[in-house]
Design a protein around this ligand. Structure first.
Ligand SMILES: [Zn+2]
Length: 238
């Protein structure tokens, strides 16, 4: 998008920098190294799940019996009123691109240590509906994927997955009804590019797994594909 010859994203960058001082998205400290989004203390205090090293972990349990997933993991636990909640809120609503990239690199360094990282052929960010992406200024899963790519060297395909409809909140719907609503929300463009590939689907949070499942079904409909899932945070069941 362009406006009076200047890219809208640069304009946004400019005004955001005026409105939001460059502080840690976790604790508000201004002791930030380089262009990081969170400080070293917050990064080190993230509540790690260890799921990358644990077979049959809690994220595997979410997808069990619903969709065939080779490996799945989330790096941290999402707890209400926690640093992780502040970070995710800033990532979604405060135009903090540098935060997404930093978290992606951090996720990449965790992934590089696990036994199955070398089985992945390519990374795919979960898509946002284009309108939501325009409002937010970016897709946070794109930023996480870019960071993971920079850290691990795994290739990313940014534009193959597409979200066709924004869906309303699903918390009050029955699971079958939810699934009906989710079925046609996603599609894969240029599906042949993914044939016979083991893909790693990236998202910021996994809660019910409904959107990841719906996107995953579309991916697995492509001949020879295998699916793994990696998210920044895992929401504990209430
Ligand atoms: Zn901090």
């Amino acid at each position: 998008m362009y406006f009076v010859g200047m890219q809208v994203s640069s304009l946004l960058d400019f005004f955001t920098a005026l409105v939001f001082p460059h502080t840690c998205a976790g604790c508000g400290s201004n002791q930030l190294l380089n262009k990081n989004g969170i400080c070293t203390a917050c990064l080190w205090s993230l509540p790690l799940t260890g799921f990358l090293q644990i077979p049959d972990n809690d994220t595997d349990q979410i997808f069990k019996g619903r969709i065939r997933v080779e490996y799945s993991a989330a790096a941290t636990y999402f707890l209400p009123q926690s640093t992780v909640q502040s970070i995710l809120h800033a990532l979604k609503y405060s135009y903090r691109k540098e935060l997404g990239l930093q978290l992606g690199k951090w996720m990449g360094s965790q992934l590089a240590d696990c036994t199955w990282a070398n089985k992945i052929d390519c990374i795919l960010p979960m898509p946002l509906h284009p309108l939501r992406e325009a409002v937010r200024g970016y897709n946070q899963a794109d930023l996480l994927s870019e960071g993971i790519h920079q850290q691990t060297g795994l290739p990313v395909e940014f534009n193959l997955l597409q979200r066709n409809t924004p869906t309303r909140s699903q918390t009050t719907q029955h699971r079958t009804e939810r699934w009906q609503n989710m079925k046609d929300v996603f599609q894969v463009r240029q599906a042949s590019k993914l044939e016979n590939k083991h893909v790693l689907l990236i998202d910021d949070v996994v809660t019910t797994g409904a959107t990841l499942e719906a996107m995953g079904q579309k991916i697995l409909a492509i001949p020879g594909t295998r699916l793994s899932i990696y998210c920044f945070a895992y929401t504990l069941p209430h």
